[in-house]
Design a protein around this ligand. Sequence first.
Ligand code: NOJ
Length: 567
Amino acid sequence: MTGQYSRMTESGGRPARWWSSEAGQQEARRLGLAESARVALSMGVIYQIYPRSFQDSTGNGVGDLPGITSRLDYLSDTLGIDTVWVSPFYPSPMADFGYDVSDYCDVDPLFGTLADFDRLVAECHERGLRVVIDWVPNHTSNQHRWFLASRSSRDDPKRDWYVWADARVDGGLPNNWLSGFGGPAWEWDEATGQYYLHSFLASQPDLNWRNPEVRAAMTDTLRFWLDRGVDGFRIDVAHFIMKDPEMRDNPPAAPLDERMFKSLGEYDSQEHVNDKGHPDVHGVFRDLRALLDSYPGDRFAVGEIHIFDWAEWAAYYGEGDELHMPFNFSLVWAPWHAAGIRERIDALDRAVPPWGWPNHVLGNHDEARIVGRIGSDAARVAALLLLTLRGTPTLYYGDELGMPQVEVPPEMVQDPWGIQVPGQGRDGCRTPMQWAPEPGVGFTTAQRAWLPFTPAADRINVAAELADPGSMLNLYRRLLALRTAEPALERGDYTEIPHAPDGVFAYTRRGEDAAFAIVLNFTSEPQVVDLGMTGTVALSTHPDRDGTEIGDTFGLRPNEGVIIRLR
Ligand code: NOJ
């Protein structure tokens, strides 16, 4: 068993949880850090687990909670992350693999029991890991007892818990809103003669957050998990919960100057100004924050918010009284060249309010794997970027191994989005974690896992990569250890180095005890860099460079990145 402070290092580093201690709180005051930022810092590096795919403990080919518990040493000691975010494990018909919740206060038998969840939390806490869980407030499953009641009759007391609307006089849909998974966002209910709203699948009806009973019931679900000791929530499609009360049509989309995110097909034909993100959403998050703050210890909220208008995005920090962070997805589909990345980091930097803390994401269960998007050499540079930028990094399980995007043959497609809109499937990034070069890759003893493994699983797995000093896993481990050891990389100031050559993105991180320059070659050509600063390579994408001296001018190999400890 590892003690809570076992990752404190001699060079002055401290575990993220330190920010929750009395000393950490004093330090935050001395630095003038707002409370929201301190709490975000206390979560450290976040690691997302898709529970179907992390570790199967029952031999049915699907991961589960005891499986996750059995792998905690990997997370706390081998890797060295701080917070585990577990995607939904609630009872669910699994139409959207758990994002269709039929009971917010239990565990689906597929994943285990509430006792298994309590054990997971207890064992995480013993290791100094925090636990963040998904909370899905916008929609339930159509099998949730609330919806069954709501659709049972127009007079049911829960009728107004969901968004119901009459057909237009001509019999048409109530408005032009679209589902994120294709087609209209309205489903006709024959029995009661009205449409209900579903921003995603028809089996995921939207809750009516304007109904105070819904707000109260959903707040109770938060209390349920806070009382069980969870440290925070990742809020699914957080901005969707408040819509235009008059349910006006969305206007057609204006032509895009720059695509900030992947194409969503027909959904992109509208400006989504009325079907989500109504300003009333902020009152909900102020209440949510007050609830979190009323609990002992640091309790945290991060919102899944795909908004790329930065002022609108930043509003979710409130005045430091709403979410601790809205996820920043701008790097996920950024054009992978130095200028593109620089632009997006600059924009983010300008957007985050003084009381907020930035964050960065490269992948999750909805996006193609980073290796699939940019290739494995560039993905090493991406790892340096993610773990040295100023802001909370969120890692997606398996990216630390360089797991590729897996080709899932059409007959094995599981994702409902992929079935409804061919090409949009998300299975390729949800394949099982690869632990060892054996049948079942150490994930399962079943003949067949719920999704296929990559053909390269004999090479890309934890056991093989631990034995290879040059592996992606060892790069992540060294990066995480360096970040823990060096407060400058966690908290230090960020300044871009303006005179880097085209193709190179460079910046400094300066703290009270140390300063670093991070110099990243985004091209597959060699580059010559005149930094005007000297130092020693603390870490590099190419380990043969670690510890070498860097003069004013130096060369970078293709896709090479270095972290230089400045003199
Ligand atoms: C966002 C989640 O990240 C995604 O996986 C899910 O399909 C949608 N919400 C709908 O629940």
